[in-house]
Design a protein. Structure first.
Length: 441
């Protein structure tokens, strides 16, 4: 250990692990199991001071830095340098009078949802309770209530971030760094906490209906029509999911490829009408709607909670025809690798400008179409060829991609993720805040 390392890391309250230490692989492991980090040093931070020490150590030794909380957004592993893990920093403090919350770097969506619910409030949270609030928000944050309340990044009010010079800063409206952090996912520092607005939602009508994908020709036009005509209170999506033939799976869907239509409505009437239309189109194998507290909103998508290796990509599209939607689903069902597809209606508040400068691109998109596959034992080229085929019917309406839904090492270009104005903003911020390109991402 060098004297410089002693100076910066000796006071760290959390854990400090070095290459070869037994606990290092477990410390950097996250939900995404592909291509894990292999750094020289890992700092398991307990607070912002620990993060400052880690960044100053990296700067003194000219080492790259990566940060991870839950690991959902992990792309490629860092082969050297310093990894800061923030999963122990899970504090959440709600101010019901101002309808805001201060959320530490490692807090999960479920942490914030539970704390807000005590005051009849909710964040603009997404479909999976285990995702990290910070990473989700920095990537824009496509929430289940997005059509009514906008992107999660629209609700961002202040960010506490340690930049490459090892300084902890608090940034807000009027600062270009703050604008970049509102949906631009810039790798220019380590966020230690953020302040977000909450919305007055305690319960919704929601749930998922499992239908047989063999009836796709009858179901998909109904789904698309419901999405096009949906009021802002209603969020709608349809998943294409190959269900394994396992005893643990409910018998009605075991071994089938299903269409999983998810509905969330703060009012209820539109969701009930949509459910009736879907039941008229095809028998429901399993599921239905109910009134549920927002603390149970994770049950709507019911996504798997076991870490695994996966790759995925997406397209934001201006519109979606019955023909294109049918072709996407057909390509997923016939793919040589298992493809999970998610088609979500955007629009509503998601299409309206943020209050102040931000970095969310392609707000005009009407839909997002995502495709994801597990990659254990599957050749990379085969997975990517399947994903290309699934999204090919959308080529003539594509606008770009959403960075938060590009998983693993899926190839993507900057001009696919951001508009020219946002790319210019992110370049200016990186040059001003991290000119040495210390942060990985």
């Amino acid at each position: 250990m060098t004297s410089t390392e002693t100076d910066f890391l000796s006071g760290v309250r959390g854990s400090v692990l070095h290459r070869g230490d037994e606990g290092l692989p477990g410390e950097v492991a996250g939900f995404q199991a592909a291509d894990p980090h292999r750094p020289d040093v890992v700092v398991g931070a307990l607070d912002a001071d620990d993060v400052v020490a880690a960044v100053r150590h990296a700067a003194a030794h000219d080492l790259p830095v990566a940060v991870t909380a839950t690991g959902h957004g992990h792309t490629s592993g860092l082969a050297r340098g310093v990894v800061v893990t923030t999963g122990r920093m899970r504090g959440v403090r709600v101010d019901p009078a101002s309808r805001t919350a201060r959320v530490e770097a490692g807090a999960r969506s479920a942490d914030l949802v539970a704390a807000a619910a005590e005051h009849g409030l909710a964040p603009v949270s997404g479909s999976f309770p285990g995702v990290g609030v910070v990473g989700y928000t920095l990537g824009g944050g496509l929430g289940l209530l997005g059509r009514e309340f906008g992107w999660a990044s629209d609700r961002l009010r202040a960010v506490e971030i340690v930049t490459a010079d090892g300084v902890l800063r608090r940034v807000g409206a009027g600062d270009e760094l703050f604008a970049a952090l509102r949906g631009g996912r810039p790798a220019v520092g380590v966020v230690t906490a953020m302040s977000v607005d909450l919305v007055p939602v305690g319960a919704v009508v929601g749930g998922g209906l499992f239908l047989d994908a063999a009836d796709a020709d009858e179901i998909l036009p109904v789904v698309r029509r419901l999405g096009v005509g949906a009021p802002d209170s209603l969020s709608l999506s349809v998943g294409v999911i190959p269900i394994p033939d396992l005893e643990a799976v409910p018998a009605p869907i075991r071994g089938r490829t299903v269409l999983h239509v998810r509905l969330v409505d703060t009012d209820g009437a539109a969701a009930r009408a949509a459910e009736a239309a879907l039941r008229a189109a095809s028998p429901v194998l399993l599921g239905g709607l109910r009134e549920l507290p927002w603390t149970e909103s994770g049950s709507i998508f019911a996504e798997p909670e076991v870490p695994h290796a996966y790759e995925g990509t997406n397209l934001l599209v201006s519109s979606l025809s019955d023909t294109a939607l049918g072709a996407v689903v057909a390509a997923a069902r016939s793919a040589s690798v298992g493809c999970v597809v998610d088609v979500r209606r955007l629009g509503g508040a998601l299409s309206r400008p943020a209050d102040g400068a931000d970095a969310v691109s392609f707000r005009e998109a009407g839909w997002i179409v995502r495709v994801l596959s597990t990659t254990d034992g599957v050749p990379e080229a085969e997975t990517r060829a399947a994903h290309t085929a699934v999204l090919a019917p959308l080529d003539d309406v594509r606008l770009g991609r959403m960075a938060g839904f590009v998983y693993g090492a899926a190839p993507v270009e900057a001009d696919e993720l951001y508009t020219p104005a946002v790319r210019s903003l992110l370049a200016r911020v990186r040059e001003a805040v991290d000119p040495r390109r210390m942060f990985a991402g």
